[in-house]
Design a protein around this ligand. Structure first.
Ligand SMILES: Cc1cc2nc3c(=O)[nH]c(=O)nc-3n(C[C@H](O)[C@H](O)[C@H](O)COP(=O)(O)OP(=O)(O)OC[C@H]3O[C@@H](n4cnc5c(N)ncnc54)[C@H](O)[C@@H]3O)c2cc1C
Length: 296
């Protein structure tokens, strides 16, 4: 039986693994896709303390090497279910495992527009996080797609950096809070385009522009898609408490089930960043250690 099974080898999961393994707990990490998680697709990260400027691929590689050097097994298996109990059971596409504790660190995914080129140009003009990548578009023309709180907050933030911001929303009005709406409408360099979506993404090596559903062509060098995120928690929807957006409900990395903890982007929180993910990984692992100690 394992002491700790960690689901997801992103920054949160690997951090949890480092703490659990160094506390001499019998630990394994299951990862379904990419060791290092979503940051692997970022060309440049400039807000991770200790690294002035580093590619996401290098962060992912460093995380992997650190886990490997500590002897933390990372198995490429997709977790299909977590069955709470004493012991907890983790079901993957390869087998079923018993464990005293589980740390869910499955992250979240940005919602996409579903257009050709879109995935290929992520990190090459198509971005999601303005506080991560907004600075790359100083004095350039950019578009924000969406009309909710995140999109409008991103437009206000980018109006201070970019020369021109197009805020493009498929609906006939912005759906953000009124105060945000009032603020964005006062900004001279923000053009709000309603009742309009993106029809085509231009560029093969990097983003060169977009064509809107009203056939208007925008020569932009950056596009931030701000139409929401979803947590990767489908497999636990019947066993662990999730909120309406499918995030695991948790203020402190515990869940509604004893011995099952959560870390990183897949839990309810306001800020989803590398720094908050690794902080959660630490808290979840230390909570798992205490749980094991108290339930001997
Ligand atoms: C393009 C891009 C650029 C970014 N830039 C920055 C930046 O500059 N600075 C910053 O701070 N943050 C940035 N972020 C955000 C940052 O990457 C995330 O906040 C962070 O990766 C969250 O870590 P996590 O471990 O919680 O989740 P993730 O990194 O999403 O890792 C979760 C892992 O769990 C795996 N998984 C999911 N479901 C299962 C399952 N059922 N079984 C097994 N494995 C599973 C996934 O495959 C994934 O590898 C960026 C994100 C993107 C997409």
């Amino acid at each position: 039986m394992y002491d700790v099974i960690i689901v997801g080898a992103g920054p949160a999961g690997i951090t949890a693994g480092i703490y659990a393994k160094r506390a001499n707990l019998n630990t394994i990490i299951f990862e379904k896709e990419t060791i290092g998680g979503q940051i692997s697709s970022s060309p440049l990260v400039e807000n991770f303390p200790g690294f002035h400027s580093i590619s996401g691929a290098n962060i992912a590689n460093n995380l992997y090497e650190q886990a490997e050097s500590l002897g933390i097994p990372i198995e490429i298996e997709e977790v299909l279910n977590i069955i709470p109990g004493k012991p907890n059971k983790v079901v993957t596409d390869c087998g079923e495992y018993e464990t005293k504790t589980v740390i869910i660190a499955t992250g979240s995914k940005y919602r996409l527009l579903g257009l050709p080129n879109e995935i290929d140009l992520i990190g090459k003009g198509i971005h999601f996080c303005t506080s991560c990548d907004g600075a790359f578009f100083k004095d350039k023309d950019i578009a924000i797609i969406g009309g909710g709180n995140t999109a409008v907050t991103n437009a206000i933030y980018m109006a201070n950096i970019a020369s021109k911001v197009y805020l493009i929303n498929i609906g006939d009005r912005l759906t953000c809070e009124k105060t945000l709406e009032d603020k964005v409408k006062k900004l001279d360099n923000v053009d709000i385009i309603l009742n309009t979506g993106v029809k085509e993404i231009l560029g093969s090596e990097e983003l060169e522009g977009i064509i809107l559903t009203n056939d208007q062509k925008l020569n932009i060098s950056g596009m931030f898609i701000s139409i929401g995120m979803s947590a990767q928690t489908d497999m636990i929807k019947d066993t662990i408490e999730l909120n309406e957006q499918k995030y695991v409900v948790s203020d402190d990395c515990s869940t509604n089930k004893d011995g099952i903890f959560v870390a990183g982007d897949c839990r309810t929180k306001d800020v989803r960043q590398l720094t908050t993910a690794v902080a959660d990984g630490t808290i979840a692992a230390i909570s798992a250690m205490k749980y094991i100690e108290n339930n001997k």
